[in-house]
Write a protein that binds this ligand. Structure first.
Ligand code: ZN
Length: 315
């Protein structure tokens, strides 16, 4: 008899990129807005350079202007996860960007929308946690401001801290911020080796001190060896990579797994670049992975998921 498979987890998905296109069109019309051409292009499956992704991404993020919209975005993640027979998700959220930089929602309403959405997802049997994200290209001062904003009254569903955005400032400059987040009990991750060079992956681990990498697809063989040696999980999002890192071909996932890297699948921004866990598994299969390797992706997905591990606070 085949053993019961481990829970299927969406290991990397963003609140700001989660809203369903139908909801986005309706909410935009209510606000007298029209989705930008770039967003329509992404919805239609076109590839764009990373810079071209930012405006479409920000359009959806701009609609998160109250607790109800945030709850709706969480439920979009939950529905997508459930329809692909998933059991949970690690959700990246940019509080400082929404609350201070764009000043479009209060922190109280952001936390309330998240809390309500996550509670509803939990009532459907889905595990979840939130990873607070700072925007790398805003620089380390922004990282400090993110922690100043979220740490004083950090909800228990926040279990991690991560950088995202353009890989614009060196990870060694982020080391004090990562240290502070770690001391506050948060787990550490970084988007690295996606829109920046593969050397960023090594820097994020050795100089930033992170214990998880998002994407990492430009890492060289020596860096893959480092990731494998240290058992550092890497979240891989094939559809997002195909759209935003179209020059990285063939996709390195088979090579990463062969090197012993603990890769798992995530959806990244499925409201902007349509996909779900089923399309990502299919994309991985189409790369030539064996059934055993596909099983391994799922097992890593569960074993290294922060939504299943809970908080490291107090440890
Ligand atoms: Zn991401």
């Amino acid at each position: 008899m085949r053993p019961v498979p481990p829970p299927l987890i969406d290991r990397h998905t963003h609140l700001e990129g989660a809203l369903d296109p139908v909801w986005v069109r309706r909410a935009a019309a209510q606000r007298g807005l029209v989705p930008p051409a770039g967003l329509e292009a992404l919805w239609a499956g076109e590839a764009l350079p990373f810079e071209g992704f930012i405006a479409p991404f920000l359009f959806g993020a701009g609609l998160l202007d109250g607790a109800e919209a945030v709850r709706e975005a969480v439920l979009a993640v939950a529905r997508r996860t459930q329809s692909a027979e998933g059991s949970g998700f690690d959700l990246w959220v940019c509080p400082h960007f929404l609350v201070i930089h764009k000043a479009q929602i209060s922190l109280t309403d952001l936390w309330r929308g998240l809390e309500e959405g996550l509670a509803e997802a939990q009532s459907w049997g889905l595990a979840s946690c939130v990873v607070v994200e700072a925007v790398n290209h805003f620089g380390p001062k922004h990282g400090t401001a993110v922690l100043d904003l979220v740490l004083p009254e950090c909800p228990s569903f926040v279990t991690g801290f991560s950088t995202g955005g353009l890989e614009g400032s060196p990870f060694r400059e982020w080391a004090p911020i990562f240290d502070r987040a770690r001391l506050a009990g948060l787990r550490l991750a970084a988007h690295a080796g996606e829109n920046g060079p593969g050397s960023h992956v090594r820097e994020a681990v050795l100089e930033g001190g992170v214990s998880r990498i998002v994407h990492g697809i430009r890492a060289d063989a020596a860096t893959l060896e480092l990731l494998a040696e240290r058992g550092i999980p890497v979240d891989i999002c094939p559809t997002s990579n195909r759209a935003l890192a179209a020059d990285v071909v063939p996709h390195p996932l088979p090579r990463m797994l062969a090197a012993g890297v603990r890769c798992a699948l995530g959806t990244d921004d499925p409201g902007v670049i349509p996909c779900d866990l089923a399309t990502e598994a299919e994309a991985a299969r189409a790369m030539g992975l064996s059934p055993a390797q596909l099983d391994l992706l799922r097992r890593h997905g569960a074993e290294d998921a922060w939504c299943l591990a809970g908080s490291s606070k107090g440890r």
